[in-house]
Design a binder for this molecule. Structure first.
Ligand SMILES: [Fe+2]
Length: 266
């Protein structure tokens, strides 16, 4: 690093630090009370080996990593991700009721773009031509219509939380670059979920808002549980996720729906 030039990391950290206002980032309050996420006693035995960037990787291992990164979507070179971020801006502009809510959404976007840089780096470290691969969002939760502020609030509360649960799992990853970024991604995604929860709290504060949220819960709750597709350990993660969101919904005076109702993947 040339003499006197600030490191890239310090510039990003400084930008984040200057962005910390009263409410943002929401993860601060959540982690101030200890670990907000449930402990997962995952049955899958943890690998004893570990690989770092640039090391020769077994072909099957590399394919699995790339498959996982395809699923993650947040990557600077993924056109579908950038398109999704643009729809987020449209929604904030058209549906968000206050300047504060719009600013919070802008902070959220800035953080997702930070993730996009981090995942981009991992992608390039694995396979150069993967860096610009467009991977459309496959899961239907990303395609459910967001026609109201409440829809968008539920999207963040449920879907970003899914990201936090997955990032928690990477803490034990045998791939160094992924393990290294897992705590930051987990924390940020939990903050995004808390942003959605904060918006829901605002919306249910009046009778009409509460009725709308009750109705939309039946749309978003099954989609959230359906994000944990059948695989080893996922039933346990889904159960932990369900207990977490049910507790939060009850705290807002909402009744968690039947977990089998409206599901597409049972
Ligand atoms: Fe997020």
């Amino acid at each position: 690093m040339a003499e006197g030039l600030p490191s890239e990391m310090s510039v990003i950290e400084d930008a984040e630090r200057r962005g910390r206002t009263g409410r943002w980032p929401f993860w601060r309050q959540a982690y101030a009370k200890g670990d907000p996420l449930p402990q997962l006693a995952c049955q899958v035995s943890r690998p004893t080996y570990r690989f770092d960037e640039g090391e020769a990787l077994p072909e099957e291992y590399k394919e699995l990593l790339i498959k996982m990164l395809r699923h993650e979507g947040e990557r600077a070179g993924n056109k579908s991700f950038l398109g999704f971020m643009a729809t987020c801006l449209d929604i904030a502009e058209a549906l968000f009721p206050t300047a504060e809510a719009k600013l919070l959404k802008a902070e959220y976007l800035a953080e997702e773009l930070k993730h996009a840089i981090m995942f981009h780096r991992v992608a390039v470290g694995l396979q150069h031509d993967f860096a610009l691969r467009d991977v459309p969002y496959a899961h239907y939760a990303f395609h459910l219509p967001r026609e109201t502020w409440a829809d968008d609030a539920f999207f963040h509360f449920f879907v970003d939380l899914n990201g936090a649960f997955h990032a928690r799992d990477w803490r034990e990853s045998s791939y160094g670059p992924l393990a290294k970024m897992s705590a930051t991604v987990e924390r940020d995604e939990l903050g995004h979920s808390e942003m959605g929860y904060y918006f829901l709290g605002e919306i249910v504060s009046d009778r009409r808002g509460r009725e709308l949220v009750r109705r939309l819960l039946l749309k978003w709750y099954p989609a959230a549980l359906d994000m944990f597709v059948k695989s080893v350990g996922n039933a346990e993660i889904r159960q932990a996720y369900k207990s977490y969101v049910d507790r939060k919904l009850v705290a807002l005076g909402l009744e968690p729906p039947d977990e089998r109702a409206g599901r597409r993947f049972l």
